[in-house]
Write a protein that binds this ligand. Structure first.
Ligand code: PTJ
Length: 247
């Protein structure tokens, strides 16, 4: 077990890293997940390890988009399950979304371990295991989704997604909310709402915004969504990474 003092300047980052390591040990997270985490950490360091103002605004828009959705689905992979299982279940409850396990490196064992892990964190239904539909344009294993889950969704939250799949989902007409610390990633570029923030901070913040807006008129929520410019949000994040300027 880790024993990191809270005063350590990299406390959060070390704790996050430990959760990913534990995820690998439990058979939830892939070994590639460790590499993805390292990549994310580098960007997070450059962003000041905080939710920048433009990301907070985008997270409010994401909450509005999820509240307006007819069939919202939250996609969970091995990193997401290790880092924020309870937080994803909470968000799903607040915006009334389905949860679907969707893996880049799909194995039956990992699908089942992640579904069980999410149920341990309060999920009652976890989709993804039926796999009776396909995302067009992707190879067999990566294309698998549930017909009544991601395949039928209008809005999908895809954290830490691979670029090919994010692009293919956008081509299917899904409105994608992407969480990715790299503002230049193809996933972030394919998103209707890109969130350049650590998933650890992003998910609870979307939930907080959703709670605040739960009783708002659909008209007001729609205005939030329509006023949002994804390329501006990405440019803001990149600016912050390049010179530390607060946009
Ligand atoms: O569990 P699986 O099989 O579905 O695999 C999941 C990973 C993440 C391994 C897979 O999707 C993958 O290889 O993703 P990439 O191509 O490495 O992309 C992950 C992106 O997420 C990168 O741009 C990272 O910067 C970013 N990222 C990593 N950790 C975080 C993050 N973004 C937000 N919060 C993080 N904690």
């Amino acid at each position: 077990d880790v024993d990191v003092p809270e005063s350590h300047p990299r406390y959060e980052s070390l704790l996050t890293r430990h959760r990913i390591e534990e995820g690998v040990e439990k058979g939830i997270t892939s070994r590639q997940g460790l590499i993805a985490q390292g990549r994310g950490e580098a960007f997070d360091y450059l962003l000041g390890e905080e939710t920048i103002p433009s990301a907070d605004r985008a997270e409010r828009v994401a909450a509005a988009r999820l509240l307006l959705a007819e069939r919202p689905v939250l996609s969970v992979n091995g990193n997401v399950a290790a880092l924020v299982p309870g937080e994803m279940v909470e968000l799903a409850t607040v915006v009334d979304a389905d949860i679907e396990v969707n893996l880049f490196n799909r194995t039956k064992q990992r699908m089942e371990a992640i579904a069980a892990h999410l149920r341990d964190h309060g999920a009652d239904e976890v989709k993804g295991l039926t796999a009776d539909a396909r995302i067009p344009g992707l190879d067999h294993e990566r294309a698998k989704v549930d017909a009544d889950g991601i395949h039928a969704a209008d809005v999908v939250l895809v954290p830490l997604e691979d670029g090919d799949r994010a692009t293919a989902l956008a081509e299917m007409g899904k409105s994608e909310i992407v969480i990715d610390l790299n503002p230049r990633s193809r996933s972030a570029e394919a998103a209707a709402v890109p969130l350049v923030d650590n998933i650890i901070r992003a998910v609870p913040n979307i939930t907080r915004h959703a709670r605040e807006m739960a009783d708002a008129d659909a008209e007001i929520l729609r205005e939030h969504v329509e006023r949002f410019d994804p390329s501006e949000a990405l440019a803001d994040a990149e600016q912050r990474i390049r010179d530390g300027d607060l946009a």
